[in-house]
Ligand binder design. Structure first.
Ligand SMILES: [Mg+2]
Length: 466
């Protein structure tokens, strides 16, 4: 079953005679500008991300290699912006409810801003959302609901979507922008230089009220604590910062993590630990009453989480839900039982999507691989609790009572820890003490706010402010 989405159409077809080289390729945070903008749209969860190229297309297109985008070539770009709009609109599938049209030359428009535009649209139930900056000036990017797509496709010349503003004034809402500099575009080389100077903003440490921290590769590797571990907890305590230690690994119970930290000289309690099994069981508790029969695949962490909500764990039928976590004793019989139940209408919930699990001798199938077998056998996609999905982090935020903007995500994986945080509008810090290597960053579409060698370096940076 396909879900409705908000799409991005990146307008990158224009020529840039003032720059001597394609504006689309100006360096921004170690990437070509066009790749940066595509990454922001993708990180904001916009789907699909359509990029319309035209001028210098042969040079510009390779900059998008490795990105999950649909590239369209506009051979009529010199006839104006409207030709790109009609091409982009025509490429949007029927599941798209609305689209955000982004010029390629607004580098400060980030994933957070795009998410706020999308949320503003949902809250106000409008047809068109336009951000307003200084002196009430209407800016871009602009969001249009699907019902305007046919008219956008009919426009001519270089005026673009604003041609519809006057005609549909009562369906248009304006979104005030707190920091109007965000809307600045790179019109001239001087403007580009000014924006380069301005981008050196990093994290607002003083505004933080909570932390969601990954464990493996951040706090420890195996049984070895990583540098900065004790100082980190001491700093959180002295600044009265709430914290939740959140992991996709559902095989251990919160008690086991508390014991592990105690062995490393850190005292904490189970309320500070959240694994994907707990998050999935918490979610299930919002859907089903205690006593509901649940067929569980998984180890102690999974069973403990289900029991804590009073669910009845069954060996097969009858069961209203199939609940799947990583299971090192997985058998064909278990997969067959789960398949029959899901095909018979049982709900399908999985703890985490991790495809592999690192062992001493290499990578072995993780829960994502088990879940993939069940998806293939049933054609049903489960509710997935772990990162980068929102459930785990939403549970953590609810526990601390902090807002996403005031809660820092710390993790060692870009595609789970960091992406999950960015998608919820949270500030993010990557540490290089685990999975991610520094040389992977320039090519990745996922851009953390700050990067540190390890937790010790993060603690030093934080201790220097406020
Ligand atoms: Mg990790």
């Amino acid at each position: 079953m396909s879900k409705s989405t908000i799409a991005a159409v990146i307008l990158a077809a224009g020529g840039s005679s003032r720059f001597g080289a394609p504006k689309q390729l100006l360096p921004w945070q170690g990437r070509p500008l066009i790749a940066h903008v595509a990454d922001m749209a993708w990180m904001a969860g916009l789907s699909p991300v359509v990029v319309v190229v035209g001028a210098e297309a042969e040079q510009v297109t390779p900059a998008l290699a490795g990105r999950e985008v649909c590239v369209l070539r506009n051979y009529r770009w010199q006839e104006g912006m409207s030709t790109s709009l009609s091409l982009g609109v025509a490429a949007l599938p029927a599941t798209v409810e609305a689209a955000i049209f982004l010029p390629v030359d607004q580098p400060l428009v980030d994933a957070r801003f795009l998410r706020s535009l999308a949320m503003y649209w949902r809250e106000h139930n409008a047809g068109i959302v336009v951000p307003v900056g200084r002196e009430e000036r209407r800016g871009t990017p602009v969001l249009f609901a699907r019902r305007f797509f046919p008219e956008l496709a009919q426009l001519t010349g270089d005026i673009g979507g604003r041609a519809l503003f006057a005609q549909y004034a009562d369906e248009l809402v304006t979104m005030p922008v707190a920091d109007p500099d965000i809307l600045t575009d790179v019109d001239t080389p001087a403007a580009y230089e000014a924006l380069l100077a301005r981008q050196a903003t990093s994290l607002d440490w003083g505004a933080l009220k909570g932390v969601i921290c990954d464990m493996d590769g951040v706090l420890w590797r195996g049984e070895t604590p990583l540098p900065g571990l004790r100082d980190f907890f001491a700093l959180l305590e002295s600044r009265h910062i709430g914290y939740v230690l959140a992991t996709n690994n559902a095989s251990k119970t919160p008690e086991q993590y508390v014991e592990k930290l105690a062995r490393m000289g850190v005292t904490t309690t189970t309320e500070h630990v959240l694994n994907s099994a707990t998050a999935a069981a918490d979610y299930l508790a919002t859907q089903a009453a205690p006593g509901t029969p649940v067929y569980a695949i998984g180890s102690a962490g999974v069973r403990e989480a289900l029991r804590s909500h009073g669910f009845t764990i069954t060996d097969g039928a009858p069961a209203d839900y199939v609940f799947v976590g990583w299971d090192r004793d997985l058998t064909w019989q278990k997969l067959a039982t789960a398949t029959l139940l899901i095909r018979g209408g049982a709900g399908f919930i999985a703890t985490n999507p991790d495809r592999t699990f690192p062992m001493e001798n290499g990578l072995v199938p993780g829960n994502g691989a088990q879940v993939a077998a069940l998806i293939t056998a049933t054609d049903v996609t489960p509710v997935m609790a772990g990162k980068p999905g929102p459930l785990l982090y939403e549970r953590a935020l609810a526990r601390m009572g902090t807002s996403p903007e005031a809660t820092l995500v710390i993790g060692d994986r870009l595609d789970t820890d960091i992406l999950g945080g960015l998608r919820l509008g949270m500030p993010t810090a990557l540490v290089l003490s685990g999975i991610t290597q520094a040389d992977e960053l320039p090519a990745s579409p996922i851009h953390p706010d700050v990067v540190f060698d390890d937790l010790a370096a993060l603690v030093r940076a934080w201790a220097m402010v406020s």
